[in-house]
Design a protein around this ligand. Sequence first.
Ligand code: 4AD
Ligand code: MG
Length: 432
Amino acid sequence: MARVYIEELSHHVGNEVTLKGWLAGKRSSGKIHFLQVRDGTGVCQCVASLADLGAESFAAADHMGQETSLEVTGIVREDKRAPGGFELTMKSIAIKSPATDYPITNKEHGVAFLLDNRHLWIRSSRQHAILRVRSEVASACRDFFHERGFVLFDAPILTPTSCEGTTNLFELDYFGERKAYLTQSGQLYAEAGALAFGKVYCFGPTFRAEKSKTRRHLTEFWMVEPEVAYCDLDGDMELAEQFVSYIVGRVLERRSAELKTLERDTTRLRAAAQLPYPRISYDEAIERLKKKGVAVNWGDDFGGDEETALSEEFDRPVMVHRYPTACKAFYMKQDPTRPDVALCVDMLAPEGHGEIIGGGQREDDYETLRTKITSHGLPLAPFEWYLDLRRYGSVPHAGFGMGLERMTGWLCGIHHIRETVPFPRMMERLEP
Ligand code: 4AD
Ligand code: MG
């Protein structure tokens, strides 16, 4: 019998097919059992009657626990009332492996319990929708860069230095001989790639020993980081807005069913599929925040509250550029007309989802960079290779990093980004 996936049922109306999956739920009217079968691509209502199934199978179908694995064979029928628009009139059922007392039921569970059972929680429809959106975002990222001639340039995960400051580094013992660190960002390596290939991107896991327990911080998250030679801050912002609007458009187009499951209001997302995105300077951001009564002073870095207040003023993501040099990393290029600000940009998502992109133009002058490394309290020796990029054919170059989980969290409209990654890692959570 032809095995088909539930998402393909529309091509098989009237045919006999086999579904292979798990029991998501069931109800019974005595004479008929309605089994909700899921196979990872969708859920299909399978209708079992005594006459069609025979007494033995009919009785067995009534005693299966949630998440029992099974194969059902039957005829596909179109039914507008059924959840996915189709149902299966069952002819036979084969139980593969029975399950009893599945821990996640229809009743309300606390989030700690669900996180402890994350390996099972990912089977539920909401988690399913979120992780499918994540998968779509990741593939949209790759398509965007490949369509534009970027080379995938993977950065190492084990590194000898920090990239984003030394306060949140995960340190490892490297063969008892020296220290190594889990990468905070592939950027420094992507810069080497950009000077070799013109335009590159890296996409991989990054790590921050963040002691902040906010809804936007994980200790392990995925970042996609393009880097372009002969590019300045304006070019970087153009790339960032094209990139984000492309992803939004792609998710609206291909993941509308998942957004519906999540009850996501897509009006705000539609605006974010349009260009251009507003650009304001940090100076202007401070003025706007003060007008709104937020207590901030020039020189402060923005936290979640400031970002939320700013994003409320716009219908789509806003790019805030030229933050004070003092709040930013050593590699940022200072504005030549105003050394107190850096040629950097943060993109803030609407509806309080915070910073989804951070990036900017890199310091390309050898002497200035050397001085910055030292003034940030970093040792020069492990950065000699990085300084080589300024010794041999240095050019203006720029890039950014987008956090996959923050992006997914915004698109799905969910509160805490722990649900946007299969197995979240946070200060207080390493399991499962
Ligand atoms: O602003 P960040 O720290 O920038 C960098 O790491 C640059 N080196 C990137 C570059 O220019 N190539 O981080 C970039 C993005 C943030 O905007 C956010 O989306 C995400 O990475 N991010 C986090 N996501 C989840 N948990 C955390 N702890 C995150 N820290 C940053
Ligand atoms: Mg940042």
